[in-house]
Design a protein around this ligand. Structure first.
Ligand code: 1HN
Length: 344
């Protein structure tokens, strides 16, 4: 196995000019860039966005830019490895923080990327997905799958803020990202499926012969239930309590590319997972602690968001009881037959 590959400079100028004209380039000087030895070399760098910094900026956006002028009033969390303005937070995850003021609505559209909202602050906000009205309470996780109509509204009297997570970078890469605009949707006059058909884990609507469940049967995962479940797992399980958000009909991840895991750490608890081939974003629902990502110390508090690149060395330690939601791209990597874990 040769270690040192030839460089472009090794080649005579007339040959390089000839290649340029023919629209070709030699692979060998570029080979290690696309296939480094042993492990990928991520562009993504760990990031940390404190809610203390984001909240005032977002509220000011509410004063400066009416929602009609923004369509979605969002500040994008740009990966430090790619620089401010990058429309991605890790290799595959886009994150933005969105504000809706009382009485405002964000118009209906549907698009190829899938989105998830994690509600950070406020009550009275809602998202309508394909006619289903989904209330947004703090910590709730709300899905807007690929291709489904969605608009947002707000009946409360305080600002509502949520974190958007999308598989947008992937769709941009595929040259497959686009949206279609529409009218605000008529809302069905009934509670969402998490309050009716999927009220309890392990129960689903009776199926008649030949009847297939909806691809995305449940679009809202109320935080109160997630927290109650995590507490039980903490009491009766071992180690850090982790629960995956799944499709209640299939048991699969909630979306095709992105996955979500709720975590509970007890005060003083530490957790050092194996190195994983997926990239991560962590959103702190509640609590305080410290996470070291590839040597970078991140001291996090409630409603903060931080990230880790692929194969990052991650160790968490909770100062107080803490709840986090981990966003990752393992579903996509699984589908590619690739997802990998390595011992620390
Ligand atoms: C989008 O549709 C929303 O519907 C939020 O609230 C953020 C970022 C990029 C592309 C589409 C929304 C988005 C987005």
């Amino acid at each position: 196995m040769s270690e040192e590959l030839g460089t472009l400079e090794d080649l005579p100028q007339d040959y390089r000019d000839e290649m340029d004209r023919a629209g070709v380039a030699p692979l060998w000087p570029m080979m290690r860039n696309v296939l480094p030895h042993g492990a990928p070399q991520p562009v993504t760098r760990p990031g940390h966005w404190t809610y203390g910094a984001l909240r005032p900026l977002l509220l000011r956006a509410g004063e400066l830019t009416p929602v009609e002028k923004a369509e979605r009033r969002v500040l994008v969390l740009s990966d430090p490895g790619r620089g401010v303005g990058a429309m991605q937070t890790t290799s595959t995850i886009y994150l933005g923080i969105q504000l809706l003021l009382p009485g405002e609505s964000a118009p209906a559209h549907r698009h190829t990327p899938s989105a998830v909202r994690i509600v950070v602050e406020g009550t009275g906000g809602y998202t309508v997905v394909d006619g289903e009205r989904l209330p947004m309470e703090e910590g709730d996780l709300v899905l807007t799958p690929c291709g489904e109509w969605h608009d947002h509204g707000h009946d409360g009297d305080e600002p509502v803020i949520w974190l958007d997570a999308l598989d947008l970078p992937l769709f941009v890469y595929l040259e497959g990202s686009y949206a279609i605009e529409g009218e605000l949707q008529a809302q069905r006059n009934r509670p969402d499926a998490s309050q009716v058909e999927y009220r309890a884990a392990g129960l689903a609507p009776t199926r008649r012969p030949g009847q297939r469940p909806r691809r995305y049967p449940m679009l809202r995962y109320p935080w109160t239930r997630t927290e109650a479940a995590l507490r039980q797992v903490t009491i009766y399980g071992e180690g850090v309590a982790e629960l995956d958000y799944i499709n209640p009909e299939t048991g699969e991840d909630v979306l095709p590319a992105l996955g979500f895991t709720a975590m509970m750490l007890q005060a003083g608890q530490t957790h050092a997972p194996p190195l994983r081939s997926s990239s991560f974003a962590f959103h702190v629902v509640r609590g305080e602690g410290e996470t070291v990502v590839n040597g970078k110390v991140i001291q996090w508090g409630p409603k903060d968001t931080f990230t880790a690149p692929v194969f990052a060395d991650i160790s968490h330690s909770a100062g107080t009881e803490a709840f986090l939601i981990r966003i990752h791209d393992r579903p996509l990597q699984d589908k590619l037959g690739y997802y990998e874990e390595r011992p620390r």
